[in-house]
Write a protein that binds this ligand. Structure first.
Ligand code: NAP
Length: 267
């Protein structure tokens, strides 16, 4: 199999560290460089907790990194502020982005989609790389055809910056594609504490829980006369996301289109 040269943005983060391990432990993946917002000019192996084998340069400027390094794919696992800029700059340099960073706006996604079309390059953005989470979204979409009353409860660690989670928004989008818009709850309901009913997406409600100890969890609850169904997925560690990242890196090399959501590349 031909080697895929990879840049990782956010290599010191919880997801980024797992991605570094994935790339180092996959025969046909090669780590070319990393992008951080600290430690410019140092080698990743100079930092505490990294093996000598990860002797790749750290760049704080993605533009300089892409000029200096031959790469095929950028894996971005950073922040909602940095991620969109990284993905756009990568495409401008004909490098294919695989983005796990969440919190991109609709406008930012549209801009990246247009850039992919212009450059005829692949880009995969997945708010959740856990294959089990993709199945949870697909099963929820199936259930929503018969159970249009639904509440989404997403639960994450308290270090998460964006709310609701990208997975919750994606689930709501997938459910919206199969159900008529419907305002749920009592027509005259009134919140006596702001936010008690959660965020509103086409009439369905999304609730965000943030607690230390959690990783990434989501429960989709459907209710109908005399019955409920609950579909739930739990990620207990960040390694759970890496099989999806691996599939995305391999797939982005073969496709010249913009893809949003891992479910669109899983066979
Ligand atoms: P994290 O531990 O906070 O890692 C983010 C890393 O990015 C940190 O090392 C941070 O450095 C670094 N960073 C900040 N600004 C940067 C910049 N401009 N350039 C390069 N690096 C920068 O967060 P995480 O849990 O790994 O999550 C990262 C992203 O992935 C988040 O958006 C999260 O929601 C998302 N996520 C996605 C999935 C999925 O399956 N798609 C799963 C889990 C998480 P400092 O610590 O020095 O600020």
């Amino acid at each position: 199999m031909e080697k895929i040269n990879i840049i990782i943005a956010g290599p010191r983060g919880r997801m980024g560290r797992e991605a570094v391990n994935l790339v180092m432990n996959t025969n046909h993946f090669e780590l070319a460089a990393v992008v951080d917002h600290k430690f410019d000019g140092m080698m990743l192996s100079d930092l505490e907790g990294y093996q000598a084998a990860v002797n790749v340069p750290i760049y704080t400027d993605i533009e300089k990194c892409l000029q200096a390094v031959e790469a095929d794919v950028l894996i971005d696992l950073t922040t909602p502020e940095a991620g969109p800029h990284h993905a756009k700059t990568a495409l401008l340099h004909s490098v294919r982005p695989v983005v796990g960073t969440t919190g991109f706006t609709k406008e930012q996604l549209l801009e990246l989609e247009q850039l992919c079309q212009e450059k005829e390059l692949g880009c995969i953005i997945a708010p959740n790389f856990a294959i089990g989470a993709v199945l949870m979204m697909k099963f929820s979409q199936m259930a929503a055809k018969y159970f249009p009353d639904v509440e989404i409860i997403e639960m994450h660690h308290d270090g998460k910056l964006d709310a609701p989670s990208g997975t919750a928004v994606k689930t709501a989008e997938m459910i919206s594609a199969v159900r008529e818009p419907k305002k749920q709850g009592h027509p005259n309901e009134k919140e006596t504490l702001n936010g008690a009913r959660g965020a509103d997406y086409n009439g369905m409600h999304i609730h965000s829980v943030r607690l230390p100890g959690l990783i990434a969890h989501q429960q989709v609850m459907f209710g109908a006369d005399g019955q409920t169904i609950t579909i739930r997925h739990d990620s207990y560690n960040r390694a759970s996301f890496m099989s999806g990242v691996k599939v995305a890196v391999e797939t982005v090399m073969k496709q010249n289109v913009f893809v949003y959501g891992l479910e669109n590349i899983l066979e």
